[in-house]
Design a protein around this ligand. Structure first.
Ligand SMILES: Nc1ncnc2c1ncn2[C@@H]1O[C@H](COP(=O)(O)OP(=O)(O)OP(=O)(O)O)[C@@H](O)[C@H]1O
Ligand SMILES: [Mg+2]
Length: 259
């Protein structure tokens, strides 16, 4: 595996967390999905979220963006309690970029029009808007499909489009729900490099990535946690996590190797 991260930042303790997910519980009907789950994400940090299907990973993203309201607990962004903030306010005030697990684009707009529609909301100056849209189209090698309607793009091209949409607003908090799904090997490599470059260029930004491709995820994150049976059952740096007994028995299995 190519080395993506030259080093992992060992300590983020000096600054206040950008995200504090505090004692969150949520049930759907009688089924409890999250039970008193807490975690913090620091500026500059890339956090990985792993867990079996149905563990509640996308639910965490939906609670962070405000799409779902928790039964108990609070969400703090930059130490401000945003639990009651509506979606538009928390995404705008705290600059949240979100790559949802599914969809996230307008079917009947072209790739360029999708990006431009979001740029019109997020970027005031028209020249800056066009520059930023074209920059992302170039970076993600989407030039040859810029005039194609989103519904006719391939699965991977659509994922790239949604990632570009999330990056348009220059987010401070980037939430990525299964971003490597449907992408080819070289595109995954390119995307990992983009994430690590973002981390180096923007020390005040944080990224949470949820992903089933555990090796890909562990190669870019500073820290990861495993969600299982409504709780975070293990967390730590990638090398700590793969040695963790709980993590091995609930998620990685006995034979998982990293590096
Ligand atoms: N709005 C909802 N109403 C009812 N049940 C829901 C709702 N949202 C999520 N769930 C349930 O909560 C559980 C967790 O769902 P979630 O999508 O968070 O899982 P996940 O960890 O993202 O899984 P996957 O890896 O398959 O994407 C699932 O059993 C799902 O059916
Ligand atoms: Mg999910």
């Amino acid at each position: 595996m190519a080395i993506i991260k030259k080093f992992r930042i060992k300590s983020f303790k000096k600054s206040a967390p950008l995200i504090y997910f505090s004692k969150i519980s949520i049930s759907f009907g009688k089924r409890q999905i999250l039970d008193d789950v807490s975690f913090k994400v620091n500026p500059g940090e890339i956090l990985g979220l792993l867990g079996p299907n149905g563990a509640g990973k996308s639910t965490i993203f939906n609670i962070l963006t405000g799409l779902l309201k928790p039964d108990h607990g609070n969400i703090f962004f930059e130490a401000k309690d945003a639990t009651e903030y509506p979606i538009y306010l928390r995404t705008r005030k705290f600059k949240i970029g979100y790559v949802p697990q599914y969809g996230g684009y307008f079917n009947d707009l072209t790739l360029f029009e999708n990006l431009y529609a979001i740029a019109e909301i997020l970027i005031q100056n028209k020249n800056d808007r066009i520059y930023k849209v074209n920059e992302l189209i170039g970076k993600f090698e989407l030039d040859n499909v810029r005039e194609i309607k989103a519904k006719f793009l391939s699965g991977g091209q659509r994922r790239k489009l949604v990632i570009c949409m999330a990056l348009l607003g220059d987010p401070k908090i980037l939430l990525c729900d299964e971003i490597f799904a449907a992408l080819d090997v070289l595109t995954i490599q390119m995307l990992k490099e983009i994430l690590v470059t973002l981390q180096n260029e923007k020390p005040q930004m944080c990224i949470i990535i949820c992903e089933h491709q555990a090796r890909e995820l562990l190669s870019v994150v500073d820290r990861a946690m495993i969600l299982s049976n409504n709780k975070i059952i293990a967390q730590g740096t990638p090398s700590q996590l793969i040695k963790n007994e709980n993590a091995r028995s609930a998620y990685f299995g006995e034979f998982f190797k990293f590096n």
